[in-house]
Design a protein around this ligand. Structure first.
Ligand SMILES: Nc1ncnc2c1ncn2[C@@H]1O[C@H](COP(=O)(O)OP(=O)(O)OP(=O)(O)O)[C@@H](O)[C@H]1O
Ligand SMILES: C=C(C)CCOP(=O)(O)O
Length: 253
């Protein structure tokens, strides 16, 4: 197990999901200040697309596959989310964090919407050197479908597995996974079935909270636990304190 922390900033947190292309820059500045307080932690950041990518992916019907008729959607969707990435990286750098943008479209490959080729060794090396790689949900070329969307949540799974992360946290706009208005503090594969995981209320082509929990249950199967918490509790998560959210853990047999 490395000391690396994998942190996902949800698209709901860093963009206005209802307003295409609108980035929450003031919130990002506050996030960057919080991360800067913990600059000694080896950190890999992933962010979602929110309103910078989901509308384009939807418009070009990327989830249905990519052929010549909608191939332009690869460039349009990537441009939207890479633009968001550039803003996130700039704001982190302004706060004194040595952030570097890393685009999954360049150098990864997928089959049926799942990554079959994805390198993580360079990310681990960067984190060890105090560099913070910043990846994002992206379009990726797909052997069967032509192209597909790889969510930030799938990237979290692959990165955390690859670097054997010590801690994995997903910051979102809710306090955790909710059931009847209460935060479910601990979730395993068997208890997840009892929770109503509706899709995100906003335009989301990657399954909203349901997709997130599926990826994190797969991560828990490998022995790596993860947390979903409200962005306001980011400082607590980074400090290793109780963040009031949901822990997704391996089934105890
Ligand atoms: N049981 C549930 N508990 C908590 N949130 C839920 C639940 N079911 C559905 N949701 C919705 O899931 C949303 C969070 O998922 P969403 O995909 O929007 O998060 P995100 O990670 O911020 O976004 P992105 O996938 O763009 O990165 C919440 O805002 C809520 O509307
Ligand atoms: C829509 C694109 C390009 C990426 C989706 O990533 P997510 O917001 O983490 O689900």
């Amino acid at each position: 197990m490395s000391k690396t922390i994998v942190l996902k900033l949800g698209g709901s947190v860093i963009t206005e999901k209802q307003n295409p292309g609108v980035i929450h820059t003031t919130r990002l500045q506050a996030i960057a200040e919080t991360i800067a307080h913990h600059r000694d932690l080896p950190l890999i950041i992933v962010h979602g697309a929110g309103s910078c990518g989901h509308p384009e992916a939807h418009q070009y019907r990327i989830p249905d596959g990519v052929g010549r008729e909608n191939a332009a959607g690869i460039g349009e969707t990537h441009r939207a989310v890479a633009g968001l990435n550039s803003t996130v990286v700039s704001i982190l750098r302004d706060a004194g964090i040595d952030a570097v943008g890393v685009h999954p479209l360049c150098g990864s490959f997928a089959e049926e919407g799942r990554l079959i080729s994805f390198e993580t060794r360079q990310l681990a090396m960067m984190a060890d050197l105090g560099i913070v790689p910043v990846l994002h949900g992206d379009v990726v070329m797909d052997r069967k479908r032509g192209g597909c969307i790889i969510s930030g949540d799938q990237l979290v799974l692959r990165i955390a597995e690859g670097v054997r992360a010590e801690r994995v946290g997903l910051a979102t706009d809710v306090a955790g996974v909710l059931s009847e208005g209460e935060v479910v503090r601990m979730m395993t594969r068997s208890t997840a079935d009892a929770v109503d995981l509706g899709d995100s209320e906003k335009m989301d082509v990657t399954g909203g909270m349901r997709g997130k929990v599926q990826e994190l249950l797969a991560l828990a199967d490998t022995g790596i636990m993860s947390s979903i918490f409200h962005i306001e509790r980011l400082g607590d998560f980074l400090a290793g304190d109780d963040h009031g959210g949901t822990e997704i853990v391996m089934e105890q047999l």
